[in-house]
Design a protein around this ligand. Structure first.
Ligand code: SF4
Length: 305
């Protein structure tokens, strides 16, 4: 481990299974997630390096319709592949050339069969370490932990990993369950894409790591690619909204019954505890949105109706 890397939670199995369960319960569906054909996966990886995933879907379908196998792509005229790339606004045309080149080498040097390991895949023309690892993971379940910008953001926020490539690599490797690179890499990348984006949606997306997450606990959601605090979830405005929507479901609630419904890490005497909640509630009362009442030593809150 890199020296400055903070320790991970002791029960790593629970941390892993919470994320995998979250991913398997609901995730964005992309057609390349439904296949283990290395060729189709390689095409999706090369396309998505420059283009947003939602826009890749049509291009990917069209590409595979035109060149359904690695042999058909290898036999294609390179100029046609490049024109396809420009016609679909897929970014640098060089990627089309590399893809064609990779297909040619699979056909000519590997008898039409893709290598299965990251190192083997990296031997293909134009396939860099990231793409090789992605194909090894998603096609052969034989990859290493992916460390891309999304994953770094998650690790930095959740486990307070310093902004250092060696530290990210160490923590990512330690977290990934052995022999499960396909589901794991998909799951952690999905977390970074859906829940832990630049503007995180910790509660909205039901992040399974809220209770252990360093950022969620401290309220500091900066990250290597988010140098200043995003304005959003976790902000006072957001918390006010959550208090109101919770109170809509109840006649009234005491502060300690309201707190955990507003933040999963509410603890009466903690940083996000009674004191903090009282501040938000009293602002809402000043704005005429809620009423509070003190009985039996407790403060109760209800919507002003
Ligand atoms: S709780 Fe929020 S900040 Fe922490 S990992 Fe989940 S989405 Fe990211």
């Amino acid at each position: 481990m890199a020296e400055e890397t903070p320790p991970l939670p002791e029960d790593l199995e629970a941390v892993r299974s919470a994320l995998i369960e979250w991913y398997e319960t609901d995730h964005r569906t992309y057609p390349w997630r439904e296949t283990d054909d290395p060729y189709a996966i390689l095409v999706s990886e090369v396309m998505s390096q420059q283009t947003q995933l939602d826009r890749v879907v049509d291009a990917w379908n069209d590409f595979l319709e035109r060149w359904p196998t690695v042999e058909s792509l290898a036999a294609a005229d390179r100029a046609d592949v490049v024109s396809f790339w420009s016609d679909h606004s897929l970014g640098y045309n060089n990627r089309a050339k590399y893809l064609h080149e990779a297909a040619t080498s699979v056909r000519d040097e590997y008898g039409g069969e893709f290598p299965t390991s990251p190192a083997g895949l990296e031997e293909l023309m134009g396939v860099g370490p990231y793409t090789a690892n992605a194909v090894a993971s998603f096609a052969f379940n034989d990859g290493n932990a992916v460390v891309d910008t999304n994953v770094k953001r998650v690790l930095y926020r959740a486990f307070d990993v310093p902004d250092d490539d060696a530290a990210f690599g160490d923590v990512a490797d330690e977290l990934m369950p052995d022999g499960e690179s396909r589901v794991w890499n998909n799951a952690i990348m999905e977390l970074g894409g859906v829940a832990c984006g630049k503007v995180p949606e910790c509660d909205g997306a039901g992040c399974p790591w809220r209770e252990l997450c360093h950022a969620y606990q401290t309220g500091d959601f900066t990250a290597p690619d988010v140098p200043t605090q995003p304005d959003f979830e976790g902000s006072r405005r957001q918390m006010r909204g959550r208090v109101i929507s919770t109170l809509k479901e109840f006649e009234e609630l005491s502060l300690d019954d309201l707190g955990p419904r507003v933040r999963v890490d509410y603890a009466p005497d903690g940083e996000y505890g009674r004191e903090w909640l009282r501040g938000i509630v009293s602002d809402l009362a000043d704005d005429g949105l809620v009423e509070t009442d003190r009985r039996e030593g407790k403060r109760f809150v209800q919507l002003r109706r």
